[in-house]
Design a protein around this ligand. Structure first.
Ligand SMILES: *Cc1c(COP(=O)(O)O)cnc(C)c1O
Length: 350
């Protein structure tokens, strides 16, 4: 038995084994991706995603290979000259760095984990504002009130959210962003190797106007295929199938999110009694509901890890410069509630 709290790749839903067997039995993994069976699979997966995650019907869904690929697609296809990035962690910074290679005049601004991003020049509206909805490296999440504020402040800009560790966990307010994307090995609870991009009509219009068609994964080409229920390359059919069956069987995101918030509350309450662990994000408004980043001292961290190894607890290492003093705990839907009770017991024993 092990208890996996790693925030990516993370615990996969146990029913994935059954779905895999079903995919084998149906022969879908051996079907051509231009065949009718694939068209049906792709179409129904998009419909299920929209209904279970409450995605607006006029948004389009495309499937690509990773969140990293989304960074590149966004820079290629949704930005003419420069995008504006605000970040406070490793993933947001990487996004900015990848974009800068394509658009060197893109701007990046770091902000503190105890604040919201601040726009120095609110009269200038950027082409595209890039924000990490849930910063997996430090457990910071952009509050919805701020998403509304930014939407109103820059009605002409596109807003893109990296939701890799929040999509399928959070009950997202999709209208507040134009491009949302996530790879599936985190909050979705699926094996790695695929990402989902959810795109507003406004962003589709901008991509069309920019007209990028230079790359195999230029968004206009990706979308043209997706509208025919096809993909621009032979896709990860197994993951699309697993996603399809998962979306058939999970509850609506509202119920899933409610459970995540409730167990976060219980967990943080009990954490108060464990004096050697404190959340690095102290303002509850910015504390992620799906990734908890806890700090401790270096020697304590070593002993936690040793005991964790022996007892079968898989905890997330700290990320980047936080490596030696923090650990990360995923609060993803595929992890059963009972495991958080076991985790608190474990922390009490260390
Ligand atoms: C994991 C992660 C990524 C990178 O995902 P890949 O699937 O490796 O491309 C990007 N952004 C965030 C916020 C992440 O958590």
């Amino acid at each position: 038995m092990n208890y996996n709290f790693y925030p990516g790749p993370s615990k996969v839903y146990p029913q994935i084994a059954t779905y895999f067997q079903e995919a084998m039995d149906l022969g879908i993994l051996e079907k051509n991706h231009r065949s009718d069976s694939f068209h049906e699979l792709f179409a129904s997966t998009k419909t299920l995603l929209k209904s279970k995650l409450n995605i607006p019907l006029d948004y389009e869904i495309v499937m690509v290979s990773s969140a990293t690929e989304c960074w590149e697609i966004i820079a290629q296809s949704f930005v003419k000259n420069a995008s504006m990035h605000h970040y406070n962690g490793a993933f947001g910074e990487k996004w900015f760095n990848y974009t800068s290679k394509i658009h060197p005049s893109s701007e990046g601004q770091e902000f503190n984990i105890s604040e919201v991003p601040e726009f120095k020049n609110p009269t200038h509206s950027p082409e595209l504002i890039a924000l990490t909805h849930n910063e997996t490296s430090n457990g910071y999440a952009i509050p919805e009130s701020y998403q509304k504020y930014i939407r109103n402040l820059f009605p002409d800009s596109l807003i893109a959210y990296d939701a890799t560790s929040s999509m399928a966990g959070y009950d997202l307010n999709w209208d507040l962003g134009d491009i949302w994307y996530a790879s599936v090995q985190k909050c979705f609870g699926l094996p790695s190797g695929m990402a989902i991009m959810v795109v507003s009509p406004k962003a589709i219009g901008v991509a069309k106007e920019i007209g990028d068609n230079k790359f195999y994964n230029s968004f206009n080409f990706v979308l043209k295929n997706a509208r025919k229920n096809e993909t621009h390359y032979t896709p990860n059919i197994s993951n699309i199938f697993l996603l399809n069956r998962l979306m058939q069987n999970v509850e609506n995101i509202r119920a899933i999110y409610k459970n995540l918030i409730e167990r976060k509350e219980v967990f943080f309450n009990q954490l108060n009694d464990i004096d050697y662990l404190t959340p690095i994000i102290t303002n509850p408004e910015f504390q992620s509901d799906t990734v908890f980043c806890l700090s401790t001292d270096e020697s304590k961290l070593k002993s936690i890890k040793q005991v964790a190894d022996k007892k079968g607890f898989i905890l997330g290492n700290g990320y980047g410069e936080l490596k030696d003093t923090t650990l990360r705990i995923a609060n993803f839907p595929a992890i059963p509630n009972q495991h958080y009770i076991e985790l608190i017991n474990f922390f009490q024993q260390v």
